[in-house]
Design a protein around this ligand. Structure first.
Ligand SMILES: Cc1cc2nc3c(=O)[nH]c(=O)nc-3n(C[C@H](O)[C@H](O)[C@H](O)COP(=O)(O)O)c2cc1C
Length: 196
């Protein structure tokens, strides 16, 4: 069964996200991000959702990390939220677009100073000889910025995942779970229901 409905997946997501913020404070925004390299080999890791807008789902990272390099080659991604206490899962597939420089600057400026220094100090996903390498970098950039504003590193920014498929899964007794699938088709969201 497929039919067009008014309610968009963003509204559905916001309802569930609000529930998750109440029942899993501090963890609701954790999501798995799957990317893949040029050979199609997938990799997945957790990132934090910073914003969910009409356009998509925003996270921030180091552009030279494994995920950053993979996204530069292949913008197709998947996201998964799992809210254990609610027995709910949301799966999203889509394509990333970089956030604007202004958005990235604004979000970076809102972060704690220690996290801002950390963004300069960490060559995310690159090998390091020991923890001391990281500590030396933290000391170096702490000294460099002194009491002045910490600018955003050029290799640190955000991506917006523009969804094309969003699935809401909710646990039900006897494994008769409820699955609601939204798919973007010709500029409209269609909705269907899947066997669990
Ligand atoms: C709960 C949680 C949230 C995280 N949030 C972020 C994040 O928002 N951005 C980020 O770059 N890494 C985040 N990380 C670290 C990533 O999972 C990962 O270790 C790191 O980004 C390097 O990934 P990569 O080598 O695949 O690029 C988070 C880890 C956890 C456990």
């Amino acid at each position: 069964m497929v039919n067009k409905i008014e309610k968009k997946p963003l509204e559905f997501f916001r309802e569930w996200f609000a529930d998750a913020e109440n029942s899993e404070p501090g963890l609701a925004e954790a999501m798995t991000l799957a990317t893949s390299d040029q050979t199609g080999m997938p990799s997945a890791r957790m990132v934090l959702l910073k914003e969910a807008t009409e356009k998509g789902f925003v996270f921030y990272t180091n552009l030279e990390s494994q995920k950053g390099l993979e996204l530069a080659e292949n913008p197709k991604v998947a996201l998964v939220f799992h809210w254990k206490s609610l027995k709910r899962q949301v799966r999203i597939s889509g394509v990333v677009e970089p956030v604007s420089e202004l958005e990235a600057d604004a979000y970076f400026a809102s972060r704690a100073r220690g996290a801002q220094i950390g963004a300069w100090a960490s060559h995310q996903s690159r090998p390091m000889k020991s923890q001391f390498d990281l500590e030396k970098n933290v000391a170096k950039f702490t000294a460099k910025f002194g009491v002045s504003k910490v600018s955003r590193p050029p290799n640190w920014s955000g991506f917006c995942v523009i969804p094309t498929v969003v699935e809401f899964w909710e646990e039900r007794p006897f494994r008769l779970h409820r699955r609601t699938l939204y798919r973007m088709e010709n500029g409209n969201w269609s909705v269907s229901h899947l066997f669990p």
